[in-house]
Design a protein around this ligand. Structure first.
Ligand SMILES: C[S@@+](CC[C@H](N)C(=O)[O-])C[C@H]1O[C@@H](n2cnc3c(N)ncnc32)[C@H](O)[C@@H]1O
Length: 405
């Protein structure tokens, strides 16, 4: 085998840590001649999966012995003759196995995948690691990454995970996670047909939402708000004020249980997608309000009119700038926002406080909210929804519900 061949093979092969069920394979992308890794055992168990990759069960032994970090293994090259595998020769092969390339339990397992299907959800995380994550939107996959090694690792592991749990994905999109908002780009297609529509549909607990891989950095649904949307359905508010509404997913959840909603967002386009989300669920949107303006201008207006709401959603971005050029920094301005919202909340209404800002975890949000309650002479208690099973602890948005008394 030439050095070049060996290198490309090394990129295509890696050893998973065994999932609890005890199945594990070494996978090598099929080339014109099939190749299998021999772990000093018989090759009889090798078979092809639906993608034409060669799966070799004897890798289980290797993985079990913790030899996955071995840099060099003896490999047996075979050719895929119709009559079976024919041994051609043995090679000593160097694997580019970084310790981090072992598959770890950051990926959801087959049971969780089935649970999501059963509850009518096909938009959720598949995996979260320090420098990236993988989400599923129906049959499509979005890999978000902070650097190239993470992108490579998640792409490789996705194939392995798909085989292990029997999930056949459609397209793969990739998206770079920049430090600065202004460097954000829309997802790029890595695998799949360019001709296919970039818009698709997903469901969350049987509600439908539109996804668009071509409209910008965010695709239309923040899956880490799933439990908060469920809480909205549970408390069934009569009137919901959705601040920073984006594609109005919270309003769809509230309307599905009988609410009338007011949706405020700077972006007309996002609000138009919000209306589409209503119609996807056969919910008329004519008697709901969609206000394309700055939340800080709209809230005092609503207060002057004496409007009241049973539920208010405050899930602002970490930073934004209004059309009038006014900057919003969540760390400094959340208090001001909550004080405005408290004026609009019914006596026993609920306010969702949620943010992606890493310095504002739940405890900090609740300390800030206590101060605001005192200033507004209101009383309330906090409620936190259960953690999301598809997220590792402290990943995703920090959220708490302030329920007034
Ligand atoms: C993090 S997203 C909100 C996500 C939304 N809560 C959801 O779960 O789908 C931020 C949204 O806030 C909007 N936005 C940012 N600053 C705003 C402001 N000052 N007033 C109104 N909307 C604003 C953006 O246009 C964007 O749609």
């Amino acid at each position: 085998m030439s050095e070049e061949q060996s290198r490309s093979l090394a990129h295509d092969a890696w050893v998973p840590k065994l999932p609890a069920s005890g199945h594990g394979y070494i996978i090598i992308n099929a080339k014109s001649n099939a190749e299998a890794i021999e772990t000093r055992s018989k090759i009889g168990s090798a078979r092809r999966n639906a993608n034409g990759n060669l799966l070799h069960k004897s890798a289980i032994g290797l993985a079990q012995k913790g030899a996955a970090q071995q840099r060099e293994i003896v490999m047996r090259l075979t050719t895929a003759a119709t009559a079976g595998f024919r041994v051609s020769r043995f090679e000593r092969m160097r694997l580019n196995l970084l310790p981090t390339m072992k598959m770890r339990s950051e990926w959801i397992d087959a049971t969780m995948l089935r649970d999501f299907e059963t509850e009518g959800t096909d938009a959720h995380r598949l995996c979260t690691i320090d420098d990236g994550w993988v989400e599923r939107f129906g049959r499509d996959i979005l890999i978000s990454f902070k650097n190239a090694p993470t992108r490579e690792r998640l792409t490789l592991e996705l194939n392995l995970w798909g085989t292990a749990v029997g999930f056949k994905f459609g397209r793969i999109f990739i998206r770079f996670l920049p430090r600065k908002n202004e460097e954000r780009e829309k997802p790029r297609l890595l695998f799949g047909s360019k001709e296919e529509n970039l818009q698709t549909l997903v469901t969350e607990r049987h509600l439908k939402f539109g996804i668009d891989f071509g409209s910008g950095y965010s695709v239309g649904l923040f899956v880490d708000q799933r439990e908060n949307r469920s809480y909205v359905r549970k408390i069934a508010p009569k009137r919901l004020l959705n601040c920073f509404a984006y594609t109005c997913s919270f309003s769809v959840a509230a309307t599905s249980v009988g609410a009338k909603t007011v949706n405020v967002d700077l972006s007309k386009k996002s609000l138009a997608r919000g209306r589409e989300n209503f119609s996807l669920n056969s919910l008329p949107s004519n008697d709901h309000q969609f206000i394309a303006d700055d939340v800080f201008a709209v809230l005092p207006r609503l207060a002057r009119k004496g409007e009241k709401f049973d539920a208010i959603i405050l899930d602002p971005p970490t930073f934004s700038r209004s059309r009038r050029g006014k900057a919003f920094h969540v760390e400094h301005d959340f208090e001001k926002l909550l004080l405005l919202a408290l004026e609009l909340t019914e006596r026993d209404g609920c306010i969702l406080l949620s943010t992606n800002c890493s310095t504002l975890r739940e405890h900090a949000l609740e300390v800030m909210a206590r101060y605001c309650l005192k200033a507004a002479r209101r009383a309330g208690k906090f409620h936190r929804q259960p953690p999301l099973p598809d997220f590792s602890p402290n990943m995703g948005a920090s959220s708490t519900w302030l329920c007034l008394r």
